[in-house]
Write a protein that binds this ligand. Structure first.
Ligand SMILES: [Fe+2]
Ligand SMILES: [Fe+2]
Length: 307
C-alpha cells in the first residue's frame, strides 16, 4: 500500500497531547459552531501519534527504505518489537515455522503489515478508557478488519493488508468522537438503545454530523491512501465511492458480517446477508457468502482477541 505520509503531503499528525485536552462531556453540541467547525475541533483533539510510530510510518512510505532501517527503528520501542514478533507468529499469518527475529518477521509480514500493526496500536489507544462500550467498539473494529481480509481472499482483492486496514479503521470516526466527547457519545448510545435510532441518526442529533464524516476527515489528516479514505467516509453510503468502490463494498460487507455475528455493539443475528447490497455488488453468491460467514465465525466468535 502506498500511503502518503505526513511531510510528503505537507501535513503533520495532530500535536495535541491526549492527556492535555479537556474532553467534552456536555449533552449537546457546542453552540454557535457550524458542523465543519465542530469537525475541525474533533480532528484537532486527536491523540498525538507516538514518536516512533510517526517515524516508522514515514519510513514505510519511502520506496528505498530497507528492512534493516525499519528493524532498527522498531528495536527502539521494545513493546512494539514484541508485538511485531507476536503477530508474525500468530495464526493470523499462519507461519509454518517459528519466527525469532525482527528481520525475519519483517521479510515474512511485509511493510504493509507493520503499518497495519502501528495503526492498530494507535486506534486501540483511542479506545483506552476500557469501558464496556469502548471494548465493544474496539472488538468490532478488529473484527471488521479480519472479516474484510477474508472477503478480500474470497473475491481475490490482492491488497489484503489494505482491506484489513480499511476494515480496522472504518469506524475510526466513532473512536475520535469517544476521545473528544465521551459524554455525548454515551448519549448517542442511549439514543440508539432507548429511542431505536441508528448510530448515524443519533450522531446527527447529538453532534450535527456522523462518524463517517469524521472518519473521512481523520483518514485525510493521517494521510491514508484515497481508497481507504473513501471506504471510511462512504461505508454507510457505498454508492458515493466512485472509482474506489470495490474497497468500500468490501468494508461495508465486512461490517455486515460483524453485525450478523454480533461482534460489537450492533447485533443483527437475523440479518439476511444475501440481501446486503455490498455482497451483491462484490458478486458474492449465497454459497460464497455462507463460506465467508463460516470462516469469519471461526475467527470472530468469541470476539477477536488483541492482535
Ligand atoms: Fe460505521
Ligand atoms: Fe461498523
Amino acid at each position: 500500500m502506498e500511503n502518503k505520509m505526513p511531510g510528503e503531503a505537507g501535513k503533520a499528525f495532530p500535536s495535541v497531547s491526549g492527556d492535555s485536552v479537556s474532553r467534552q462531556n456536555a449533552s449537546s453540541p457546542a453552540p454557535g459552531l457550524s458542523p465543519a467547525e465542530r469537525i475541525a475541533g474533533v480532528i484537532g483533539d486527536l491523540p498525538a501519534m507516538p514518536h516512533i510510530a510517526a517515524q516508522l510510518l514515514d519510513k514505510l512510505s519511502c520506496e528505498d527504505t530497507s528492512p534493516r532501517e525499519i528493524t532498527q527503528l522498531i528495536t527502539k520501542d521494545q513493546a512494539l518489537a514484541a508485538k511485531v514478533l507476536k503477530l508474525a507468529n500468530s495464526p493470523f499469518y499462519g507461519a509454518s515455522r517459528s519466527i525469532a527475529t525482527l528481520n525475519d518477521a519483517l521479510l515474512f509480514m511485509g511493510f504493509d503489515s507493520i503499518r497495519s500493526l502501528i495503526m492498530t496500536t494507535v486506534l486501540k489507544s483511542m479506545y483506552s478508557k476500557v469501558g464496556l462500550a469502548e471494548k465493544l467498539f474496539w472488538e468490532h473494529s478488529v473484527g471488521c478488519g479480519l472479516a474484510a481480509r477474508k472477503i478480500a481472499d474470497e473475491v481475490r482483492y490482492l491488497r489484503r493488508d489494505e482491506a484489513y486496514l480499511a476494515g480496522l479503521m472504518h469506524d475510526v470516526g466513532k473512536a475520535a468522537l469517544f476521545w473528544h466527547a465521551p459524554g455525548l457519545m454515551r448519549e448517542v448510545i442511549r439514543d440508539v438503545l432507548n429511542d431505536g435510532l441508528d448510530f448515524l441518526e443519533a450522531e446527527q442529533r447529538r453532534f450535527g454530523f456522523t462518524h463517517a464524516q469524521i472518519g473521512g476527515a481523520v483518514a485525510h489528516t493521517w494521510c491514508f491512501v484515497a481508497s481507504i479514505e473513501r471506504a471510511i467516509a462512504d461505508h454507510h453510503q457505498t454508492e458515493r465511492s466512485g472509482s474506489t468502490l470495490e474497497l468500500t463494498h468490501l468494508v461495508s460487507a465486512a461490517d455486515s458480517i460483524c453485525h450478523k455475528l454480533s461482534v460489537g455493539p450492533i447485533k443483527k443475528p437475523d440479518m439476511d446477508l444475501n440481501e446486503v447490497a455490498s455482497m451483491k455488488a462484490l458478486g458474492l453468491t449465497p454459497d460464497r457468502v455462507a463460506k465467508i460467514l463460516e470462516a469469519s465465525a471461526k475467527t470472530l466468535t468469541p470476539a477477536p482477541a488483541d492482535i
